[in-house]
Design a protein around this ligand. Structure first.
Ligand SMILES: Nc1ncnc2c1ncn2[C@@H]1O[C@H](COP(=O)(O)OP(=O)(O)O)[C@@H](O)[C@H]1O
Ligand SMILES: [Mg+2]
Length: 331
């Protein structure tokens, strides 16, 4: 069984679209697939036409350290179609960030839950939330591979470096190694900007970026409203073809073989360095010139306030700070 997380702290870069459509494409190729929705926003659940509010249980009940300890993933599974099952999410999942703080073995909860269903699936695809906290940490801990969708934006690239940092931290803390590869999404070959960034990303990331590029395709957007993977909505769409290609690329690359001779940790460190270097060089000169930001000042001013260092510190020192990404008072 291969466990793959779709992760990037930036929202809207294609994590959920990738999780849904990669899962569906793999299932159509005869692989037994489980998609785990690990985002309290439950977009993967809704994107597969399941209403979170109508469910009695979801992945929260499996992960929470509170209450009934006996709920396993098998108790919440919803069959979607041949070879594809869903472990749904719901808003309540956001509470886990708080509940897991200071709990022994808090980063192993999803890992342990997945172990119980190892025999039943060839692939488990985890759709991560757009935040760095215990949920993301659990997803990375549970996975062998990480797909980092990047939508050609600066913040997406920043997500790559932050996530890579987290993978390195995870390795230091638990000895677990997951291998990360970037996936270019929403690619628009008509714009010079897209082509320039694609060239750069390929040059800088080398083998750490998928050959497959997911093009911008309006069908991918429409299908979410219909609650269907794109392949079940329009088989001839570019979106379906691209995710078929991604599934083929993943099927071809047996993770164990591919990374056999590589020290994945140094690979992650290398990726991190390259991304930071790329950010420094590219953002200031080219991207400003491309009117992504008018001036360098704009670029720095427009950065989202990073909570990452606090979070890393919290996780590393067993502090009881919940993720600041959610506002508990509003729930
Ligand atoms: N290749 C694509 N072409 C066009 N729209 C896309 C593509 N990938 C994702 N989208 C749309 O972009 C939005 C954000 O994608 P989503 O997968 O939900 O991102 P995330 O899970 O990272 O927040 C959604 O409306 C989705 O339908
Ligand atoms: Mg999402």
């Amino acid at each position: 069984m291969r466990i793959i997380a779709s992760a990037n702290q930036k929202g809207g870069c294609g994590k959920t679209t990738t999780a849904i459509n990669l899962s569906s494409s793999l299932s159509m190729k005869g692989q037994r697939v489980m998609i785990i929705d690990f985002d309290p926003q439950a977009h993967a659940t809704m994107g597969l036409n399941i209403k979170p509010s109508e469910l009695e249980k979801n992945i929260y009940d499996v992960i929470t350290p509170k209450g009934n300890q006996d709920v396993g993933i098998e108790d919440i599974i919803i069959p979607i179609k041949d070879n594809l099952d869903l472990a749904p999410a719901g808003l309540i999942l956001s509470v886990v960030e708080q509940e897991l703080s200071g709990i022994e073995g808090r980063e192993d909860r999803l890992f342990n839950a997945i172990r119980a269903i190892k025999q039943q699936y060839d692939y488990v695809i985890i759709d991560c939330p757009p935040s760095i906290g215990h949920l993301c940490f659990n997803a990375l801990r549970a996975s062998d591979e990480v797909i980092i969708p990047i939508d050609m934006s600066l913040f997406s690239l920043r997500g790559v470096s932050k996530l890579t940092e987290l993978i390195i931290l995870l390795n230091e803390k638990t000895g677990h190694e997951s291998r990360a590869r970037a996936l270019i999404t929403m690619y628009d070959a008509r714009t010079r900007y897209s082509r320039v960034v694609l060239d750069k990303v390929r040059k800088e990331f080398g083998n750490n970026v998928f050959e497959t590029v997911i093009r911008y395709n309006i069908r991918l957007r429409e299908t979410v409203d219909y609650g269907l993977p794109v392949g079940d909505y329009d088989k001839n769409s570019l979106g379906h073809k691209d995710y078929e290609n991604l599934a083929d690329e993943i099927l071809r690359s047996d993770a164990a073989v591919m990374y056999q001779d590589l020290n994945t940790l140094s690979l992650a460190q290398d990726l991190l360095q390259r991304t930071e270097g790329y950010m420094d060089a590219a953002t200031k000169s080219e991207l400003i010139g491309q009117h992504v930001c008018e001036t360098e000042e704009d670029f720095y001013l427009s950065e989202p306030k990073s909570t990452f260092s606090e979070m890393v510190e919290a996780m590393a020192t067993d502090s009881s700070n919940p993720s600041p990404d959610y506002n508990y008072d509003e729930m």
